[in-house]
Design a protein around this ligand. Structure first.
Ligand SMILES: *Cc1c(COP(=O)(O)O)cnc(C)c1O
Length: 236
């Protein structure tokens, strides 16, 4: 991929974000673009950073560990957006600014401890991943488990709980996903009220449906294909 191609794609994604925000009477600046760089090279990540992208999402700790060595000089924010296995928690706590896919209290405790052991000055930002479609194959907690998990997470000293994340069922028509995005916003509103703790972040929407997500209140969209092109088939 050339710088020129990447810049053109980024412009197009930003234009789509801007238009969706406008339709929803929101400021485009309220929406953070997370460039999902899984399977793509460190060089592509650097190109995107140079073009102005500040947030990147990776879904495998191991893969990111391999790439980050070449990118240590970039002042970007690195998000883990994929399912985290317990035996990778220590690495994840060290290698990411944010874990956007927390769905388990024992995993959260392990991340919290590892963050302390790593001596990180900054708290680990976390989002609770919610399984909205009740899909057995997907990670994430069911809606009724959000508040209990959030209460436990709020007691962890190295965590900053910022909001919710979801990967709704994949539907051909982005419009079909709208009820899921709306549901996540409603669940967030209810949880924030119940906990008396603000949960400003809603991470929802990918390449094919992020406009609908923005119309429903997304504050972070996770965009891979529309920025970096198609991935090799083996990755979700
Ligand atoms: C791969 C991935 C994305 C990006 O998907 P695209 O359709 O390529 O934009 C977003 N979120 C998560 C959790 C992913 O794993």
């Amino acid at each position: 991929m050339t710088t020129h191609e990447l810049q053109a794609r980024l412009r197009e994604v930003r234009r789509r974000i801007g238009q969706a925000a406008e339709r929803a009477a929101r400021a485009p600046g309220e929406i953070t673009l997370i460039a999902v760089s899984k399977t793509h090279s460190a060089e592509s990540i650097r190109l995107a950073f140079d073009a102005g992208v500040l947030h990147f999402g990776e879904n495998r700790v191991q893969e990111w560990e391999g790439k980050q060595r070449a990118l240590g000089d970039l002042h970007a924010r690195w998000h883990l957006i994929g399912h985290l296995q317990s035996n990778k928690a220590a690495k994840a706590a060290r290698l990411f600014h944010s874990v956007d896919s927390v769905d388990d209290i024992s995993l959260a405790r392990k991340l919290d401890r590892s963050r302390a052991e790593a001596g990180a000055a900054e708290k680990l930002r976390v989002l609770i991943e919610v399984n909205l479609g009740n899909e057995e194959t997907k990670s994430g907690v069911l809606p009724e488990a959000i508040v209990p998990l959030a209460r436990e997470i709020l007691s962890l000293p190295r965590f900053h709980l910022a909001g919710l994340m979801s990967i709704p069922p994949f539907l051909g028509q982005p419009e079909g996903v709208r009820p899921y995005f709306r549901r996540l916003r409603e669940l967030r509103d209810a949880a924030a009220g119940g906990l008396a703790h603000p949960l400003p972040v809603l991470s929802m929407g990918m390449s094919h449906d992020f406009e609908v997500a923005i119309e429903e209140g997304a504050t972070e969209v996770r965009v891979g294909t529309a920025l970096f092109g198609h991935r090799e088939a083996s990755q979700p």
